[in-house]
Design a protein around this ligand. Structure first.
Ligand SMILES: [Fe+2]
Length: 396
């Protein structure tokens, strides 16, 4: 492999790993140890788990003589890889006061040094074998970078002191009002999925044809102000807009507004953000919705959610992409001909393909350059703590 390639991989690795460290810079050791809820993980666990990933998928198999920093970490920081044996229970990650944050940061430093040494010294054939796992590890860490932010927001939202993750030097610029415009698509036979150059996760492949009826997609996501009208029209009290499972969830949880919204009748109405408590920006995309709420809003608005294929086929004509993840009406299923990656990485995506819905587009918390128009994010339909909103679709 040519040296510029080693250099490029080395600097990409350094940049991604440094970004994780930059993200946790505003946090105390206590902030990084606590787990907000079973679905979320402590920051310290994210920092260690992404490190364990490189150690397990790259250094141990490909670096001769590599000795793990601490063999006990394999149990603590394995997330869900059954082929690697038993692991610490996910809901108890917040109980891990040991290893300390300092020990986890030292773990990162040790693995970074070993990985960089490997990138510069491995013979070309070994590096070629290890390269897919290194690249996967970088994209994996970027996914966890967004999770660090969603999880710290979930944590801070539970603290009556309303901690501020990022201090604003001036008020946030307000979103510009815009009338809802539509992007028309003729449909027909269109190709979806990833093909060709560049990284993609296995779940984006193989590229294949789908048949779409004519449709239109809103050029921008639904705004907070539009969503407020749904609330004020009694949307959370009207079962006719909701899927049965969603309505049961509304009853059980007492949902009456997006997660993190405060009393909407207050002046100004506020929501809790990474910048602390902030006035709601009525023209900004509504965020922190479950699939159920997105679906109910779309029904109330006389529209529907797009399928992931409608979204992908029209993505070149859409605006305000990358502000909020956009729920689609598509179940997270394998594409025809899907084959999981081989080895340990076979557990990365495929085994989660049941009971989850696809989200497209990326959010403001998604690391730059991480997303693509074929990218498939996925969460269970009741999930609210992600940066997720919606964009309307209609048949034409
Ligand atoms: Fe992970």
């Amino acid at each position: 492999m040519p040296d510029p390639y080693r250099q490029s991989l080395s600097s990409q690795y350094a940049a991604v790993r440094a970004h994780s460290r930059a993200l946790v810079q505003p946090l105390s050791a206590e902030d990084q140890c606590v787990q907000a809820m079973p679905d979320a993980s402590p920051t310290k666990w994210h920092l260690a788990h992404t490190t364990w990933f490189f150690e397990t998928l790259v250094l141990q198999p490909y670096m001769p003589g590599y000795c793990s920093v601490d063999p006990r970490y394999a149990y603590l920081f394995n997330s869900y890889y059954e082929s690697l044996g038993p692991r610490h229970a996910r809901p108890e990650r917040g109980l891990l006061t040991r290893p300390s944050l300092d020990a986890v940061l030292a773990y990162r430093d040790a693995v970074d040094s070993a990985l960089q040494a490997f990138l510069h010294s491995a013979d070309a054939a070994t590096l070629a074998l290890a390269e897919p796992a290194i690249v996967l590890g970088l994209h994996h860490e970027q996914q966890h970078q967004e999770l660090m932010l969603t999880d710290i927001l979930a944590l801070f939202s539970r603290n009556p002191m309303l901690p501020v993750y990022q201090v604003l030097s001036s008020a946030l610029a307000l979103a510009q009002p815009s009338n809802l415009q539509w992007h028309f698509a003729a449909g027909g036979r269109v190709a979806v999925g990833h093909a060709g150059e560049g990284f993609a996760f296995d779940n984006e492949t193989p590229r294949h044809d789908v048949l779409l009826r004519p449709y239109r997609l809103a050029k921008r996501p639904v705004s907070c102000g539009e969503y407020l009208q749904f609330i004020q029209d009694g949307g959370y009290r009207a079962p006719r807009w909701w899927l049965s499972e969603g309505w049961a969830q509304v009853q059980r949880e007492g949902w009456c507004a997006p997660l993190y919204w405060r009393d909407v009748s207050a002046k100004p109405a506020q929501h809790f953000t990474l910048f602390g408590l902030q006035p709601l920006d009525w023209h900004a995309p509504v965020c922190h919705l479950s699939f159920f709420e997105a679906q109910a809003y779309s029904a109330w608005a006389g529209a529907r959610l797009p399928t992931e294929f409608e979204w992908e086929a029209a993505s070149g004509g859409l605006e305000q992409l990358g502000q909020v993840w956009e729920w689609t009406r598509s179940s997270y299923d394998p594409y025809p001909g899907f084959r999981p990656l081989s080895g340990i990485a076979s557990e990365y995506n495929g085994k989660f393909m049941v009971g989850q819905m696809v989200l497209r587009g990326g959010s403001r918390a998604t690391p730059q350059g991480h997303c693509r128009n074929t990218y498939r994010n996925f969460f269970p339909p009741a999930t609210r703590w992600q940066f997720a909103g919606l964009r309307l679709a209609q048949d034409v």
